[in-house]
Structure formats: C-alpha cells, structure tokens
Design a protein around this ligand. Structure first.
Ligand code: C5P
Length: 321
C-alpha cells in the first residue's frame, strides 16, 4: 500500500468584481484571492478494493469532530465530492502509466477544517490537495499548465487553492496570476453562519437585481500590475477591499449586514463578504485585535462561530510521502 498526504488552503477574495452573465450563464470575474492558513488535509492510499472511496471527517477549530457535518458527507453521493472527482480524473491518467495495475483502487480520507458552503473554497481545497496527492501517488508527469487545466475543469476556485499566496483570478476566476510572495502577514477573523449559502443562488439574486447596485459595470483591468498594491500592509489595502456579490448575499441574508457592522464597530480595518458568503471576513490590525473582534462576534446571535486565520498562506503542498 502506498500513501500520500497533501494539504491545500482556504481563501478570502480581497476584491471580487463580477461582470454581466455570458450566454452560458456564467459570470466573468476579476478577483484577488488571498490564501489562508486554515487548510484541508487529504490522505490518498492505494487500495485492493476497486473504485474510489472517500471518507470525510469535519473538525471544529479546536480539533474536536464536527459530527453533524461529517454525517452529511457520509450520506451524500461520493461522486459529488470534489475530492472524488479530482481523483477520478487523475486515475484515468494513471491508467496509461506503469502504475495502472495499482490505480484501480484508491481510498481517500478528507480531513475538513474549512467550513462547508461558507464561501472559503473548502471543497476546492479538497480537490487541489487530492490532485497533487494523486499526482505523487502515481508519479504522473504533468506540467504545471496541465495540472491547472484539470483544476479549472473541477471548479473556478480550485486553481487559486493550488497556487495559494496572493493571486489574481480572471475569466471565471480560474485563470491565475501570482501577484506576490512578499506580503506582510495579515490577521483575519471569520464569522460563520449556521446555514450555508448556495453560490448559484447568490449569482441568481445578483442577476435578478440587474447587477451590482442595480447596474452591470464593465470589469476593471486584468493587468496584474494594477493589483500589486494588495501586497501592501493591512491598513493600506483595507479601503480597496470590495465584493460585488455583497448586496445580493445581504438581500438573501439580511443579518449579514449586522455582522459586518459589528466588526467595523470593533475597529476592523474592513469587514466584508467572503466569496459568495455567507462567511464574513474581518481584517484586524494584529493578533490581539483579531481576538477582540472574535469576542465581539461571539456575543452576536447571528454568528455561529468564529475562526482566526493568517494570510497569505502557501498553496497546495505535499505533507508526507
Ligand atoms: O464554479 P462553481 O462550480 O463553484 O460555480 C457554481 C455556480 O455558481 C455555477 O454553476 C454558476 O451558476 C455560478 N457561477 C457563476 N459565475 C461564476 C462562478 C459561478 O454564475 N463566475
């Protein structure tokens, strides 16, 4: 039996601009991702049992098992799990290698630390970690470009979880450009809701409202140089943080407005919707300030729990062979 362990980061979008939907219904994006040190861990093992078998265990930030979320994954069709779909694509490639004999069966253990359906790319991180773990497991001679194309076919956020750091995403947010690896550490606090928010539902609400603030605007430039300032200190980037999905998500969940307001009152440099939500991210001045914001949020009836995280974090990486 061979085993490989890999991990991949979650993310916040420090800016997210959404263009009018294209004929296939998808929206073009210009977005800057910041990867967070809150990571998913994936263990892949060759198995004598044919097929791909996924087991998921969800954890709270204190390391205890989140039994209700774990149960949801146990009951769902494994083929809808992004880790399963990532392994399936890699397994097909492995069939053309000397590992073909052992590629028929693989078991995957996904250890989830990123909240589910929270707008932090937890599912995409599972896929990114599975891709690089399978690549190693079967010694697949893939070039970076090929790996990115596979990642993109799995979901718009998967390439961002692969590259990590601070990156610009264009197209559907899946064409990546690394902005900088020299970013001062940032302190984030995340407020989780007790219910997830579906990404398609938020985009539909945006369409129903005729675009951000009732009007579709042309997308800003795709030139990476223009977004380099996001590598600056927290105080400097805070006024530029922006999310075009914010109003649509707040119409669906009015309490999110109050969650942002309470973080700002606690001195957050910025408080905004993470991706398509419902997680709200707050940018703190330092570690102590992050804990202060977390304590304020803990008093809120709308916040289920809080997580403190750092960014930017490394992209998908092997943890052991
Ligand atoms: O890429 P992902 O599978 O996460 O997208 C989920 C859904 O969100 C899509 O099926 C689409 O309805 C919507 N979406 C969109 N435009 C994007 C990204 C997602 O309309 N750029």
């Amino acid at each position: 039996m061979r085993e490989v362990i890999a991990s991949a980061p979650s993310k916040v979008n420090v800016c997210l601009y959404v263009g009018a939907p294209e004929p296939d219904g998808y929206h073009p994006l210009v977005t800057v991702f910041e990867a967070l040190n809150l990571r998913e861990k994936v263990t892949v093992r060759t198995s004598r049992t044919p097929g791909i078998h996924v087991r998921t265990t969800a954890y709270f930030p204190d390391g205890s098992i989140d039994h209700p979320t774990t149960r949801i994954f146990t009951e769902m069709d494994p083929r809808t799990h992004l880790a399963w779909r990532a392994a399936k694509l890699m397994q097909k490639l492995a069939m053309a290698t000397p590992w073909a004999q052992t590629a028929a069966g693989v078991s995957i253990q996904v250890d989830k630390y990123v909240p589910v359906a929270g707008g932090m790319a937890g599912g995409s991180a599972d896929a990114a970690a599975t891709l690089i773990a399978c690549q190693k497991l079967w010694d697949l001679p893939l070039q970076e470009k090929q790996l990115h194309a596979i990642a993109r076919s799995l979901g718009a956020d998967v390439p961002a979880c692969l590259v990590g750091g601070l990156s610009l995403g264009t197209g559907r947010g899946d064409h990546m450009h690394v902005l900088s690896n020299q970013v001062p550490a940032r302190h984030w606090v995340l407020a989780l809701s007790d219910r997830g928010l579906s990404t398609p539902e938020v985009f539909r609400e945006l369409d129903a409202g005729g675009g951000p603030l009732g009007k579709w605007q042309p997308l800003p430039t795709k030139d990476p140089e223009h977004y380099m300032f996001f590598a600056d200190e927290s105080e400097k980037i805070a006024p530029h943080i922006h999310n075009d999905l914010s109003e649509a998500a707040c119409r669906l969940r009015p309490e999110l407005t109050e969650t942002m307001r309470s973080a700002r009152q606690a001195g957050a440099l910025a408080a905004f919707l993470s991706g398509s939500g419902p997680t709200i991210a707050a940018l703190a001045r330092d570690e102590k300030h992050a804990l202060q914001i977390a304590r304020t949020w803990e008093q809120s009836p709308y916040v289920q729990r809080t997580i403190c995280a750092h960014g930017p974090a490394q992209g998908a990486r092997l943890e052991s062979l």
